[in-house]
Design a protein around this ligand. Structure first.
Ligand code: UT7
Length: 316
């Protein structure tokens, strides 16, 4: 088995910023409640001329440029999302068309909610092992503002739109990337109904229950990844968590005594962007040169499904 490393990253977020004060004009909430309970101060919502495909394409272009890879060198394209513009064609096929990716490659969407980007990375490694091309494009993108129930103050304040992308490279001389993944089928705690139901296609969540699940899942994923890879917290250069709630991250870093310079939050700026949140962090970290060639990053995702996962991946 060949292994993958991240070659380049990119991101794109909508122009429009929606502050906590803006939210307080819509539902009975306050900046104080939202920021103290979640860490969110603002989020981006798509406006005129923006959609999931346009965000994905921009993020992907930036990732290709940062990797120094041409579209025709890509061997597979996966978009992790729960909010694609159309069910068919997939967002990945639309990205393929816009970027001019090769036609003899698989392009598809992957639905694993907030863990989607992690599942997609692992899937990409498997695909590239069987591909004559060595580069893959993995995108995490969401347009959650169109799934928001504006009458539910417990959820409408949480979600934002955005896209992050990574170009990965697969090589014989790189070991397989350690990955742990899990699912627990549950249709009550976190739900977005689809066309097969009579319910409106809006997000509903039992927040406190999901919070309890998350504060167990995150440390479990860290421990499993470290054990599987035979590494310690000290061996990891950066910890990247799904940005669902700042308090979930705070509890995990305290438990593992992860120093402040080894983790990052951007939930204050983007809210919860589900599958986009991890690649959005990766792209900001790379741009700020907090990670670069040789950096070893431990990624942890968790969310609807329920799903969870962790991986330890390096930058090429
Ligand atoms: O990304 C996928 C994974 N998702 C997550 O990991 C999310 C996990 N869950 C959470 O982050 C938190 O549960 C929330 C931020 C969603 C909610 O925080 P909480 O501390 O669990 O609040 P709660 O739902 O228990 O509500 C506490 C109180 C309630 O009032 P009473 O019953 O105590 O009077 C709510 O009605 O806060 C009230 N409340 C609000 N008040 C002001 C709920 N939402 C709001 C709001 N503004 N927006």
């Amino acid at each position: 088995m060949k292994g993958i490393k991240i070659r380049g990253t990119g991101r794109s977020v909508p122009v429009k910023t929606v502050t906590n004060q803006d939210m307080a004009a819509i539902v009975d909430t306050s900046d104080e409640w939202i920021s103290s309970r979640t860490g969110i101060q603002r989020r981006r919502h798509c406006g005129e001329g923006e959609n999931l495909t346009s965000l994905s394409v921009q993020a992907a272009r930036q990732a290709l440029e940062s990797a120094g890879v041409r579209p025709e060198e890509i061997g597979a394209c996966i978009v992790a999302t729960l909010s694609a513009d159309t069910l068919v064609p997939s967002a990945a096929c639309l990205v393929q068309r816009e970027l001019g990716l090769p036609e003899d490659i698989p392009c598809f969407d992957l639905a694993a909610a907030c863990t989607g980007f992690l599942f997609a990375l692992h899937t990409m490694e498997c695909l590239l092992n069987a591909s004559p091309r060595k580069y893959g494009l993995v995108i995490g993108a969401e347009y959650l503002s169109r799934l928001i129930n504006w009458e539910d103050r417990g959820t409408c304040i949480l979600f934002g739109d955005g896209a992050g992308a990574a170009v990965v490279e697969c090589r014989e001389d790189w070991g397989t990337v350690p990955a742990v993944m899990g699912c627990h089928g549950d249709d009550k705690l976190l739900r977005v109904p689809g066309p097969g139901t009579s319910e409106p296609c809006l997000i509903s969540m039992e927040g406190t229950q999901v919070f309890k699940f998350a504060v167990e899942a995150v440390p479990w994923c860290i421990r499993q990844v470290l054990e599987t890879s035979g590494k310690t917290v000290e061996d990891v250069d950066f910890f990247v968590f799904h940005q669902a709630n700042a308090r979930i991250i705070d509890l995990a870093v305290r438990k593992y005594r992860i120093p402040q310079e080894k983790y990052y939050k951007n939930i204050q700026d983007y809210g919860n962007t589900s599958a986009a949140s991890i690649p959005l962090v990766l792209s900001e970290l790379q741009e700020q040169k907090k990670v670069g060639s040789g950096s070893r990053v431990l990624l942890v995702g968790f969310g609807g499904g329920l799903t969870w996962g962790g991986t330890l991946i390096e930058f090429a």
